[in-house]
Every structure is written in structure tokens, then in C-alpha cells.
Design a binder for this molecule. Structure first.
Ligand code: 8Y7
Length: 276
């Protein structure tokens, strides 16, 4: 499978892609990802050198309990950042937003992919923007909203419920003419530790949806719960998830620490693809 992008670019899902996280927010939960605009270009240059093929640019923190960012503020953060990245580098850019206006303005300055953590649920116009630009869209599972999702999450069977949710969102997208879909079970979005563990243990199940699969577990609290360590100390736990994710067929891995995850993914991928 491959998805065509603008300017003769494409994502060919014949190897694992590392997506580097660039937060242009003042309140992101992991302090290492706070970026001011002067550092933006250096940061992206480093990520590309370290193996990132996609840069995910976000302007609103979606950590549990985060306040919603006003539209204008999000536009002011994200659009100039994407414009600057696209001017400097020939790299694939995704825009992390659930607001159609932010997606629209970002696509106009060169963004390639919409990363919508609401899977077209929060903004009724988002699916139309995706259709108009014929761009790939990441459809992620979340129970509730960023503000309330961790209040009391419960699933009888997280893998089946998330699978069915993603199936429904895929059908919604297709009904509206959006075909370039990437699915994501949404690690940490309205899930308990046990739910996150079962999702990761059963990642291959989500491949049966028939679309490329993305995971984002980088430094998330599930790692902190297992190891009893703060966010600064969760790299090794992240790498364990990356290796297992690759082995189970994940196509895109969204991470803060590109170099380390790229190397872990490459080794896991070599094992996964070994013949003989
Ligand atoms: C994810 C994400 C975040 C994820 C996708 C964080 C924006 C929280 N997590 N997008 N965004 N998947 N597709 O810890 O897991 O990075 S924000």
C-alpha cells in the first residue's frame, strides 16, 4: 500500500516510518518537547538527520485535563511553524489538530497529513477538508475528550471496542470520500494501564482493519506507571514499546526521541523481516 502526497511525494508503507513530535505549545506535558520558534528549524533538522520521515506539528496540548486552546492562538502557533518547516525541508508534515480551520490553513501552507485525535468527531467540517485536499488522515481512538477522558475510563473488552470504533470511523470517512486512512488505537486517551497493555499486546488485531497503523506511546504515563518513573525517565520504556510495535506490524511510530526510536525500530524491523 502507498499513499500519494503532493509534489510527487508519497508514503510507501514498505518500511516503518518514524514521526517526530514538534509541539509549538507552551504547556506540553513533556518539557523536552517545548519549542520556541527560533529552535524550531534546528529541532526539525536534527529529527530528520536522526531518521524522522514525518514531522507532527501540534499547537494544542492534549494531555489529560489540558485546557482548549483558542482557535486564533492555535493558528498563530501552528501555521507559521509548518510554513517555516516546509520552506526549509523536503519532509512530510502532519498537523496535529481536531479543528478544521487549523487543518485547512496548515494544508494550504504545505502540510501533508491531518492527525485528528478525534477521528472526525469534534469538528463537522474536518472530513470535508480532508476530502478537498485528498490528504491522508490519522483516525485515532479516544474515549471522551482530552479534558474528561481519564476521569473514569472503563472497557469490557478494550481491543474489540476500539476495533469497532475505528471500523465505524473508517466507514464514516469512506462515505465522505476520504480513502487515505491511517488508524491509531490512541494509547493513553481514555484508557487505564490494563487497557493500554491489552491494546499493545494485541496490536496485530488492528492491522485487520486493512489500513496502515500508527501508535503514539512516547513517554506516556502507562510507562511511568509500570516503572514508577517521571516523564524524563521513560525513554527505555518507550523503546520497548517501539520494538514490540514494529514486530506486530506498526507502520508509523510517533515519538519525541527520534534517534533512539529510529535505531530500536530498525533493529526490530530487521528481525521482523528476516528470511531463511
Ligand atoms: C497521540 C497523538 C498525542 C497519539 C496520535 C502525547 C497528538 C499526547 N498522542 N496523535 N497526539 N496518536 N495520532 O503524549 O497517540 O503525545 S498528544
Amino acid at each position: 500500500m502507498e499513499y500519494k502526497l503532493k509534489n510527487n511525494k508519497k508514503i510507501s508503507f514498505d518500511h516503518v516510518y518514524i514521526m517526530g513530535i514538534v509541539n509549538v505549545t507552551p504547556d506540553s506535558f513533556y518539557p523536552g518537547s517545548r519549542i520556541d520558534k527560533e529552535k524550531l528549524i534546528d529541532t526539525v533538522a536534527r529529527m530528520i538527520k536522526d531518521g524522522a520521515e514525518i514531522i507532527d506539528v501540534g499547537g494544542e496540548s492534549t494531555r489529560p485535563g489540558a485546557d482548549e486552546v483558542q482557535l486564533d492562538e492555535e493558528l498563530n502557533r501552528v501555521v507559521p511553524a509548518i510554513e517555516a518547516i516546509k520552506k526549509e525541508f523536503d519532509v512530510i508534515v502532519s498537523v496535529d489538530t481536531y479543528k478544521s480551520k487549523v487543518a485547512y490553513e496548515s494544508l494550504k501552507v504545505g502540510a501533508d497529513i491531518i492527525n485528528d485525535i478525534s477521528a472526525f468527531r469534534f469538528d463537522g467540517n474536518m472530513v470535508n477538508v480532508a476530502k478537498e485536499f485528498d490528504c491522508p488522515v490519522i483516525l485515532m481512538h479516544m474515549k471522551g475528550t482530552p479534558k474528561n477522558m481519564q476521569e473514569n475510563p472503563y472497557y469490557d473488552d478494550p481491543v474489540s471496542e476500539i476495533y469497532e470504533f475505528l471500523e465505524e470511523r473508517i466507514n464514516f470517512a469512506k462515505r465522505h470520500g476520504v480513502e487515505k486512512i491511517i488508524v491509531d488505537p490512541g494509547i493513553g486517551f481514555g484508557k487505564r494501564l490494563v487497557d493500554n497493555l491489552l491494546i499493545l499486546k494485541n496490536l496485530e488485531t488492528f492491522k485487520k482493519l486493512g489500513y496502515p497503523l500508527l501508535i503514539g506511546a512516547s513517554r506516556k504515563s502507562m510507562i511511568g506507571m509500570i516503572l514508577d518513573l517521571p516523564v524524563e525517565e521513560r525513554l527505555e520504556g518507550t523503546l520497548a514499546i517501539t520494538a514490540i510495535g514494529v514486530m506486530k506490524g506498526v507502520d508509523i511510530i510517533r515519538v519525541h526521541d527520534v534517534k533512539e526510536n529510529y535505531r530500536a525500530a530498525k533493529v526490530a524491523e530487521a528481525i521482523k523481516n528476516a528470511l531463511g
